[in-house]
Design a protein around this ligand. Structure first.
Ligand code: PLP
Length: 390
């Protein structure tokens, strides 16, 4: 059976060119970047090349790039780091109700540490209203954190405008760009970003490595203490192969972005239009146009998302009901809840997330399979539900 991977928001297949660049750093150039000998210098140079590539992709300088273990750690360092370092100025943080748990749970933690956190609402398509941010800003606000694009429904936020509002109010601006790197252009200076989180495994790099870009002059308190690597902001022996992979992946991702985005948009639109036009009781979640090039997120009446994902898996399609982090829990998605989707309606969710490796043929095969699967699952739904009684 042919297998099709439509779960690229969870993680992506590594690009072979990335893997090849990483390989020597496992068994030939395996030095510790802090060592003085030639092995150490090789590792150090490799990290610095990756730092240059990362900085270039984000419009930053090399001194502004801090390598971490991934998106989660970058979000923690940004939020905890900025909040604890700026406590003398204020104790107010603003974020949104539909951030990834790496941001939300960190903000909950900050709430337990004496900070006040405001959770901005989003509209029915997942957009933050800049006027809401203006109203929420106070003299005490030290950090605003809004994701560049949502991992479940793909809605893209007006980051530049939100960043400008944060700055006008004297606050720092952080964005979780884990889902948008190599899909949306970014330049931290013109986009008014002080802190930006990225994660290599979302753009065809390795898992377990990410970066936080920290604009010059931004004060952060470390989350991890130790040997003082990464200018004291992230101690621990550097993950050299991972960092090399991140650098290569971001370089490829950004230089090939135009072509790969155009391909993904064409496939995404075929999936959206084909599904909505051929099936009754099927809706698109998130914004129709302000949406990631690789995201199609549906809601089906009278179908359980888990049953849909399992049935599709049996036909060779890897999909998801929402975020990979929440799919193993039976809880309603906080993202759909923030969009105002009723819990009973959010149960039939299906996310298709693409990468540059997907093809139009795969989309056509999916469209050939989905109708029959949905019809079969609906025929098994309790009669009361089918007649609208439950
Ligand atoms: N932020 C967003 C928006 C994500 O989608 C994810 C992962 O799904 C993360 C953060 C966490 O990244 P990582 O898996 O690298 O810790």
């Amino acid at each position: 059976m042919e297998r099709t991977y439509f779960d690229n928001s969870a993680t992506t297949r590594m690009d072979r060119r990335v893997m090849e660049e990483m390989l020597p750093y496992f068994d030939q150039r395996y030095g510790n970047a802090s060592s003085m000998h030639s092995f150490g210098r090789e590792a150090y140079d490799a990290i610095e090349l990756a730092r240059e590539r990362t900085a270039k992709a984000l419009g930053a300088t090399t001194r502004e790039v801090v390598f971490t273990s991934g998106g989660t750690e970058s979000d923690n360092l940004a939020i905890q780091g900025a909040a604890f370092a700026n406590i003398a100025k204020g104790r107010h943080i603003i974020t949104t109700a539909f951030e990834h748990h790496a941001v939300l749970h960190t903000c909950h933690f900050m709430g337990s540490q004496g900070f006040r956190v405001t959770y901005l609402p989003v509209d029915g398509q997942g957009l933050v209203d800049p006027e809401d941010l203006k109203r929420a800003m106070t003299k005490e606000t030290i950090l605003v954190s809004v994701m560049a694009a949502n991992n479940e429904v793909g809605t893209i936020q007006p980051i530049r405008e939100l960043g400008a509002i944060a700055h006008e109010g004297g606050s720092l601006f952080h964005t979780d760009a884990v889902q948008s790197i190599a899909k949306l252009p970014v330049d931290i200076a013109s986009d008014n970003i002080d802190l930006i989180s990225i994660s290599a495994h979302k753009f065809h790099g390795p898992k377990g490595v990410g970066a936080l870009c920290v604009r010059k002059g931004v004060k952060l308190r470390p989350v991890v203490y130790g040997g003082g690597q990464e200018r004291g902001l992230r101690s621990s022996t550097e993950n050299v192969p991972g960092i090399v992979g991140l650098g290569k992946a971001i370089k490829i991702g950004v230089s090939e972005m135009e072509d790969s985005v155009a391909r993904m948009v064409a496939i995404r639109d075929r999936l959206i239009d084909g599904t909505l036009s051929s099936l009754e009781g099927c809706f698109l979640n998130g914004h129709r146009t302000k949406r990631l090039c690789n995201n199609a997120h549906f809601r089906f009446d009278l179908v359980e998302g888990e049953a849909l994902v399992l049935s599709l898996d049996m036909k060779g399609f890897a999909t998801s009901t929402g975020s990979a982090c929440s799919t193993r829990s039976a809880e309603t998605s906080h993202v759909l809840k923030a969009l105002g989707v009723r819990p009973e309606d959010s149960r039939g969710s299906l996310r298709l997330s693409l990468s540059k490796f997907n093809t139009m043929e795969e989309a056509e095969r999916f469209l050939g399979a989905i109708g029959e699967i949905v019809a079969r699952l609906r025929s098994m739904a309790p009669r009361a539900a089918r007649s609208g009684g439950a």
